[in-house]
Design a protein around this ligand. Structure first.
Ligand code: ADP
Ligand code: MG
Length: 550
């Protein structure tokens, strides 16, 4: 099939509408082309992609971020990008799988369309197959005890193999399990009590789980280097003030009170400024405050005065961090310092200032100690960012696992088993849907097939051998990527969360069905929307406001 290029470029200035098979080809071919972009990243031996965008380079192996960053304009690609994004947002993993299976469902649908099977019969059959597959997957899943640390860690490791070396994967899996457990409460994940921060400099091995809420001074413009004062690095039994405003002098306000016409007026103005500034400081000193977090800016003289008074000034604190500080320390944010009273001042067991890279972290530890912060390091800004993304994957996949407390073996074992079972299920399905169920089964095998090729094994031989094993009842047999052999993946303790695999199938089916229902692609003209013919501006679909008809 001549997919890809044609699909991506066919609708140009001369052609404004594609119908029926042309429309189907347009959407399907592009889907296959998009999946080809991420296919080789699948599995532990998947290769990385280097994305170059006006000088910025990102090296990644993650399906979702590749699609996201490619900025492809084709409407099919957008459906796939959304599929990957939804998979990522819900369960953090399985994005490449979802895209590969979706593309394979589209590819197999073309064969059925060629045989005159109506798209509706195909989408219905796919829907049936998807339901049967997810239920079968759940019925054959392996239950996991929430306290079974080893299985939890192994499962998190599977989510990140291929992204790090084995030691790093094991270390981060252990760290993730520890971090998520530390904020768990009443069977709930409590991720809002876990803060993730990544800083360039240092190495992966420097990652650390810190007890307390870490606020990053780098994102504020505060510098705590004060020529006159040496602030302590640790405050015991600290008092915290939260100002949901600024500690500055509003010029308009000042000018209305003092009009400057002469040197005397200038002096008066300076005195006025100083009196306001010292009011701020006196209020904070009187309230016994050790650290003040301000949502907006703090004028430089105020920062110096505060530092001299032994108070740490932190300006431009993010709104969400201000809320977290309020929750953990019991402080009530106030609009101005004169509102500070015993009830608005919060308490912390300790507040610690820690240098990190070129900036500083303020770690606030509270008596209930319910907040944790994962501090990640990576050589460069890019490495630090990528590390944070991978750790987010670890966390989401662990949460997905804990929600269901069940895993399935990895390495394509479940897909082969489901294909095997779907084929016998298909026999009982009436009408033309039966063919679609069979096509769904074939599409699932694209997962082990791709894993086999990225592992350097022969894909056809491997699939045949796996089918034989599953026929013999070895339902956990899959591709042991490390030894490049077929084996029992449950025995090798390679697991994926049940929910991740289920979600990948559901999302793949949804994406494929959305596109299969299209029989009309129209390059909607902008005049029809009442904007006139304005070829100079581009829309978010690269100049073509797309309309997909059903
Ligand atoms: P996705 O975005 O779909 O999660 P990945 O690149 O993470 O893509 O690959 C996931 C696939 O790789 C899953 O099928 C998983 O079971 C498999 N896999 C991961 N680690 C191993 C391993 N050590 N051995 C065999 N298969 C593995
Ligand atoms: Mg993965």
């Amino acid at each position: 099939m001549n997919h890809g290029q044609i699909g991506l470029t066919r609708l140009n200035g001369e052609l404004h509408r594609l119908r029926d098979r042309d429309a189907q080809e347009f959407t399907i071919d592009a889907g296959i082309a998009v999946a080809d972009l991420v296919r080789t990243t699948l599995g532990p031996n998947g290769l990385d992609k280097m994305l170059v965008d006006s000088g910025r380079i990102v090296v990644t192996n993650d399906g979702a971020s590749i699609l996201d960053r490619m900025g492809i304009d084709h409407p099919t690609a957008k459906v796939f990008v959304e599929t990957a994004a939804s998979q990522n947002a819900r369960v953090g993993d399985g994005t490449t799988t979802a895209v590969i299976v979706a593309a394979e469902l589209l590819r197999n649908a073309t064969g059925l369309l060629d045989r005159g099977i109506h798209p509706t019969a195909i989408t219905n059959g796919y829907q049936l197959a998807s339901k049967h597959a997810t239920a079968t997957l759940a019925a054959n899943a392996i239950e996991v005890d929430r306290d079974d640390t080893d299985t939890l860690e192994r499962t998190v490791q599977t989510a990140v193999t291929g992204k790090w070396d084995r030691d790093a994967a094991a270390r981060f899996a252990a760290l993730t399990v520890r971090a998520v457990r530390s904020v768990e409460g009443g069977g709930k994940a409590g991720l809002d009590r876990l803060t993730l921060k990544a800083f360039p400099g240092g190495s992966l091995a420097d990652a650390e789980l810190v007890e307390g809420l870490a606020i990053d001074l780098g994102s504020s413009s505060t510098t705590l280097v004060s020529p006159d004062a040496e602030l302590p690095t640790v405050f015991e039994d600290a008092r915290i003030a939260l100002i949901d405003d600024q500690l500055t002098i509003e010029t308009a306000d000042a000018v209305s009170r003092v009009s400057i016409d002469s040197p005397d007026d200038r002096t008066a103005f300076t005195e006025y400024e100083e009196s306001i500034y010292s009011e701020y400081v006196t209020d904070l000193v009187d309230a016994g405050v050790d650290v003040v977090f301000c949502q907006k800016s703090i004028d430089e003289p105020v920062r110096s005065l505060l530092a001299n008074a032994g108070i740490v000034p932190v300006e431009r604190t993010r709104q969400d961090e201000l809320h977290k500080l309020a929750r953990t320390t019991g402080a009530e944010p106030v609009q101005s310092t004169d509102e500070l009273g015993p009830r608005s001042v919060g308490r912390a067991t300790t507040v610690e200032r820690r240098p990190i890279n070129t900036t500083e972290l303020i770690v606030v530890r509270t008596p209930a100690a319910e907040h944790r912060s994962l501090i990640l390091r990576g050589g460069t800004v890019h490495v630090a960012e990528e590390t944070k993304r991978i750790v987010e994957t670890c966390i989401r996949s662990l949460v997905a696992l804990l929600e269901e407390s069940a895993v399935v073996p990895g390495g394509g074992a479940p897909e082969i088993e489901l294909a095997y079972r779907l084929r016998s299920y298909a026999d009982g399905v009436d009408g033309r849907e039966q063919f679609a169920v069979g096509a769904f089964a074939d599409a699932l095998e694209s997962v082990p097939r791709t894993l086999a090729s990225t592992a350097g094994m022969d894909p056809i031989d491997t699939i045949l051998a796996l089918r034989t094993e599953h026929d013999r009842g070895n339902q956990y047999d899959g591709i042991d990527v490390e030894s490049r052999r077929i084996g029992d993946l449950a025995e090798k303790r390679v697991f994926d969360p049940l929910r991740v695999r289920q979600r990948a199938l559901v999302n793949a089916t949804e994406a494929a069905n959305t596109l299969l229902r299209v029989d009309d692609v129209i390059a909607a003209s902008r005049s029809a929307e009442g904007h006139g013919h304005d070829h100079g501006t581009s829309s978010d679909s690269g100049g073509y406001p797309w309309a997909i008809g059903h």
